[in-house]
Design a protein around this ligand. Structure first.
Ligand SMILES: [Zn+2]
Length: 301
């Protein structure tokens, strides 16, 4: 049943319609995100959708850097975040009110009074941040709002999640967007064409999305269109944490305070919230960090 076209982002063009498309399906890359805590199903669902959405966004990056989708809410889920790099490595985490015995089902109840913050951090140049209210019933519709606002281009987003198999979470995303070169002319045909291919995309069932090979999906939807498909890009899980980064963070904490912790607890332990890696610092490390010459390669670590 499963085929090997998971953890890949596919780009394509519907040339006659002047629309570009993306299709992403996640499986292996998703497990370390969805199963890194004992997340309730609703949060697994949210993180899965956000991971697919982040891939769709990442494919728009025109430079090297990082992209993050963060949801902040006053509801039971206080925040959820997925970070990605331009070469499609993903990581993510969510925090919720663990005192609740049950979480609400609906997206809007789970995330009441919520915003989605999209942060784009180029390796060189200014960081960009866009804030979108989460005021629509689905994440896909909220993202469409973001694209329409930030890119001024008509955009269709479809997100799907399959959590039927407890240890094999899967999610998928599809994006259709009017090509920028055509967006400036207010050609009615362009709108009609986009409307048409969007409607076609909406006919895709969950079963087709998760079980058909990518080319069959595109054929099934757009066989009357002229489709140009590009080679896919691999999506993987990766965490950018390191002992050095943790050390850099400790530089901002008072040295006496750090030494007190070492004295009381034996060491400073820092845990990565994304991948659970643990970094341990002793008093020699603390001295080195504050003297500005800490290096990760100390022999006894
Ligand atoms: Zn990590």
């Amino acid at each position: 049943m499963t085929n090997n076209q998971y953890d890949e982002l596919h780009r394509y063009l519907l040339n006659a319609a002047n629309v570009r498309g993306e299709l992403v399906r996640l499986e292996d890359s998703l497990q370390k995100i969805v199963h890194s805590y004992e997340y309730p199903l609703q949060i697994q669902y949210l993180l899965s959708e956000m991971a697919a959405a982040t891939c769709l966004l990442t494919a728009i990056l025109k430079f090297k850097g990082e992209i993050g989708i963060q949801i902040q809410s006053k509801g039971p889920v206080s925040y959820a975040v997925i970070n990605a790099t331009d070469d499609f490595t993903l990581r993510g985490v969510a925090r919720w009110d663990e005192t609740l015995s049950e979480l609400p089902e609906a997206f809007q109840d789970l995330l009441s009074d919520a915003v989605m913050v999209i942060t784009i951090t180029p390796e060189e140049g200014e960081r960009y941040q866009g804030v979108v209210p989460l005021d629509k019933p689905t994440l896909a519709e909220c993202l469409e709002g973001y694209f329409t606002q930030s890119e001024q281009l008509a955009t269709k987003v479809i997100l799907m999640t399959d959590l039927q198999h407890a240890d094999r979470a899967r999610s998928a995303g599809m994006l259709l967007q009017v090509l920028p070169t055509q967006a400036s002319n207010t050609d009615v045909d362009q709108d009609t064409e986009f409307e048409h291919v969007s409607k076609l995309a909406e006919t895709l069932s969950d079963k087709e999305m998760f079980e058909l090979p990518v080319n069959d999906i595109l054929y099934r939807l757009f066989h009357q269109e002229e489709v140009e498909v590009f080679s896919p890009q691999e999506v993987t899980f990766a965490c950018s944490c390191s002992k050095q980064r943790s050390a850099d963070a400790l530089r901002n904490v008072d040295k006496a305070e750090l030494l007190k912790i070492v004295e009381e607890d034996g060491a400073i332990k820092m845990n990565c919230q994304y991948c659970h890696a643990e970094y341990i610092f002793d008093s020699v490390d603390v001295e080195a960090i504050h003297a500005g010459h800490f290096t990760e390669t100390r022999k006894d670590q």
